[in-house]
Design a protein around this ligand. Structure first.
Ligand SMILES: [Zn+2]
Ligand SMILES: [Zn+2]
Length: 317
């Protein structure tokens, strides 16, 4: 990473460096030591699918791609890293329903979720929450350059990425009729991992495609000024009301509706403990170390390498 090799780091750059590392912890490899910046997961999507519910399929990879198939339209959620992966996702969607009209949406603006749009065929209808599009306009190019600097493979996958304006944006809630009684509600409930996190709720399946907002036993991570721990909890309050039965996250295995309550309970627990330590004037770094040990014991089936980044977000709020 060029930034890390630079001998002329000023304060801001050092700040950015920390941000890069903390993002690596979540967006790349939740189960791997955060100091390790090499991706442990293959960024090339396969064409294999698993069925999540009656109308929802997934390509399980980095990240997981959701594909919702109605009678006359298909919605793909997330693109994979760069156009080559986007083309794979589009090809799989076409295989599942060859004659369907194609919609695409993205769970947030980060390159492995949204940087493959140009691999989709012409005529694909791209939809995003307004807040996510604003984030993309402000930081999309910058994030692509950052990811390009990580390693040769990523650079190659992100060559000639073109970010285009969406065909449609929405404020909070957009209902897509995919035909045959299948609908997808595209939802923006507020900031969590980023400002523009989108959730997709599929009826009649009651399947939630949850982005980075609900994972399967993975420590949450707030990217830069994305959301706050309390805005994340407020988002989960609204997600709970949907009554999801199946959940497909981006960076962890699919699970049942109980993942929503588990995510919320974890964040509430960590927030309460961190605020307790803050009141005792223990600094954020120390609190992070203490709580990492504590939460590894108390949440043995979670992939916890460190909770320090999230503790820092709690202290900063
Ligand atoms: Zn990600
Ligand atoms: Zn992300």
């Amino acid at each position: 990473m060029a930034l890390l090799r630079s001998q002329r780091l000023n304060t801001t750059e050092i700040g950015n460096m920390k941000i890069i590392l903390s993002m690596a912890a979540l967006c790349l490899v939740p189960a791997v030591a955060s100091a390790q910046r090499v991706p442990a997961q293959d960024p090339l999507l396969s064409e294999n699918t698993v069925k999540v519910s009656e109308h929802v399929w997934a390509i399980m990879g980095w990240p997981n791609i959701g594909i919702v198939v109605g009678e006359n339209a298909t919605l793909v959620v997330d693109t994979g890293l760069g156009p080559r992966n986007g083309a794979t996702a589009a090809r799989v969607a076409k295989r599942l329903a060859p004659d369907n009209k194609l919609y695409l949406t993205t769970t947030h603006f980060h390159p492995e979720h949204a940087g493959g749009e140009s691999g989709f065929p012409a005529g694909t209808i791209l939809i995003r929450p307004k807040v996510q599009q604003d984030e993309m306009d402000k930081h999309g190019e910058e994030m692509i350059h950052l990811f390009e600097s990580r390693n040769e493979q990523w650079r190659e996958l992100l060559t000639n990425v073109k970010l285009r304006a969406p065909d449609k944006t929405f404020d909070k809630d957009l209902k897509l009729d995919l035909g045959g009684g299948v609908t997808a509600r595209l939802l923006w409930f507020g900031g969590a991992h980023t400002k523009g996190d989108e959730l997709t709720f599929v009826e009649p399946d009651k399947t939630l495609i949850s982005g980075d907002v609900v994972q399967n036993k993975v420590v949450p991570n707030i990217y830069r000024d994305g959301g706050t721990p309390s805005s994340w909890i407020a988002v989960l309050d609204q997600v709970e009301k949907l009554g999801a039965v199946h959940v497909l996250p981006t960076h962890s295995p699919a699970g049942d509706g109980s993942l929503v309550a588990k995510e919320k309970a974890f964040i509430v627990d960590l927030r309460t403990r961190a605020l307790g330590l803050k009141q005792q004037d223990i600094d954020a770094e120390k609190a992070g170390t203490l709580l990492t040990t504590e939460f590894k014991t108390r949440y043995p089936d979670w992939s916890i390498t460190t909770v320090t980044n999230f503790v820092k977000s709690i202290y900063a709020e």
